[in-house]
Design a protein around this ligand. Sequence first.
Ligand code: GLC
Length: 721
Amino acid sequence: MDIQKLLSEMTLEEKLGQLTQLNAIFFKKDNTADITGPASKLHITEQDALLSGSVLNFIGAKDMKEIQDSAIAQQPHHIPLLFMQDVIHGYRTIYPIPLGMGCTFDEELVEDCARMAGKEAAVSGVHVTFSPMLDLVRDARWGRVMESTGEDPHLNGRLGAAFVRGYQGDDLKGKYDIAACVKHFAAYGAPEAGRDYNAVEMSEHALREYYLPGYRACVDEGVEMIMPSFNTVGGVPSTANKLLLDQILRREWGFDGIVISDYNAYREMVKHGLAETDKDAAELAMNAGCDIEMMSATTYLYAKQLLDEGKITMEQIDRAVLRVLELKDRMGLFENPYRAANEKEEAELHLCEEHRALVRRAAEEASVLLKNDGVLPFSKDLKKVAVIGPFAAEKGIKGFWACAGRDEDCVTVLSGVRQLLPDAEVATTPGCSWELGETEIPDLENAVELACEADAVILCLGEYQKHTGEGNSRATLTLSPAQMELARRVIDANKNTAVVLFNGRPLVITELAEIAPAILTVWQPGTEGGNAAARLLFGDANPCGKLSMTFPYTDGQCPIYYSHNSTGRPVKNPKEITQNGYCSRYMDAPVDPLYVFGHGLSYNTYTYDNLTLSTDVLHAGEELEVAVTVKNEGKYTGKEIVQLYIRDKFASVVRPVKELRDFAKIELDAGESAAVIFTLTEEDLKFHTASGAFAAETGDFEVMVGSSSDDVLKATFRFEK
Ligand code: GLC
């Protein structure tokens, strides 16, 4: 398609339509809702809506084809729509929430899952996914931590790039490739008080050092789109933030893809108090560098006036429209507006055994064994098993952003255990509900009786999927009084109990960790969650996940993360409550969390020895090899995620006490040893210095290698520029 020629023939209204994205409801011929209802809220007519260039929130190939046919027929130049959707951790076959996928430390697995999700989405008519979300998260009170791969910039960057590769494949040339949209730019994960949509106030140093690298990794991987965040950064909403969208994204990073706003984010700038009117909002967003306006129509309505007033230019409009048309052209939509949409393939691919097997493996490797006093793995010869708790038979375990996924597709823990142990007697009762703050335990005595009679108890506790995600921040992170009382009584009745925790964030489980013999978090594990949990509990799979986000000891520690600064007055023992003294302590809690970033147990023990460096002075342009021997002392084959951290001991700005710089996931048979070798260069030592340069400085460094951020072997080296 000759895009430039097409652009030259389009009216201003057509161009503005291409910069407007509406919900599918605006396009459905048979829509039951009053189409003028939402249209009137946006102050546009039904005719205006038909000029829109892209659509979101539709489901299925049939839906898509109807909408596409209608739009092309009514568009003056028959321009096809771009179909976009939140395919966050699966389309119909759902894998664990991204916070769980972060615990896999597995780029290949993430890429495979994203590719599977993209394929399922593509045959259902999706062209673009609003994923991956690369918001760095350090505050478990924020509901959307579930959507992030965690608290570390290095881990997030590597996994974010893997998501982009999985979705976009070979530069969108593949039939099932879909465009990715990295979000929410920027620092949406750092809202004050952990409350969604709240202000983000931080230094530009912190922004650039910790919060931007994840998005940058996706831009460098060729992500097609980026979505600014709802929050303010430095007092300006990202949607109108020229530092973010123009200076950093376009000028420094050279991004020339599409910037698409978040849902109604243009008009929310009036509520923020930045724009006095919708027209001001359109002007601010256009001049900052936004291209597509999602679910509001201020550009469509006011661009003509703004042009006449000289407040925006036709070049800006044409540049934005060209980005949209070029993506449609590169995806072949002018020739084949359905692209991969295909009802037959949809029926064959969705929930097929190959996809179920992949998400089952993902759920196994995203799970983290937080504690195990030795009760796990359970024997498969058990005769009587009790599966107790509000999540024992709960199918709502797919997670908050599960797109076309359905609860009824999910395998519960109860089903998984019964399938794995067909000859065992597997009894169950919920004990109580999963409601927040629940105090009632209707069948507590029955639960205790089942526990008494059982050879082993699987106690399924946690946080329901709708209590996480967008808009669902929490001020307290503990389990309900009912769940805790149920846990006390059941564990008291049977010490051969393992807790399976369902959660969309790190919860405060400090008391549970004291009384439970074993705790396995499966996060919100997705379609195959129950089968994965059963296989892990009974040893058909060996836990290998490592925490992508810190579990606080108490709510009051939030935000809390491993790569913190030392402060000028660090406590001597962060694991204890420091009783007094002028130091950086709490009077009523330890400084350390309950479980640190990188923590995760296995049914094996892995020993680390012989940490050696190829040199103790690294010069610019050279490489430093870091080698360690890891041995599987256990009796099972298992995977271990070997982590490498560094500490820049003295620098022109204070540096964190440790920072992840590399990781390797290895598989070892029982008794097997392996040498794991990492390579460090000057690049790994760079940071935003006091002068604002991104550079490494001469000085002494610690290098740490181990199985968790607080279980490492240490060595030192010097870097000389
Ligand atoms: C939501 C979310 C964003 C999502 C968009 C479209 O409000 O903030 O992550 O992609 O709207 O659903």
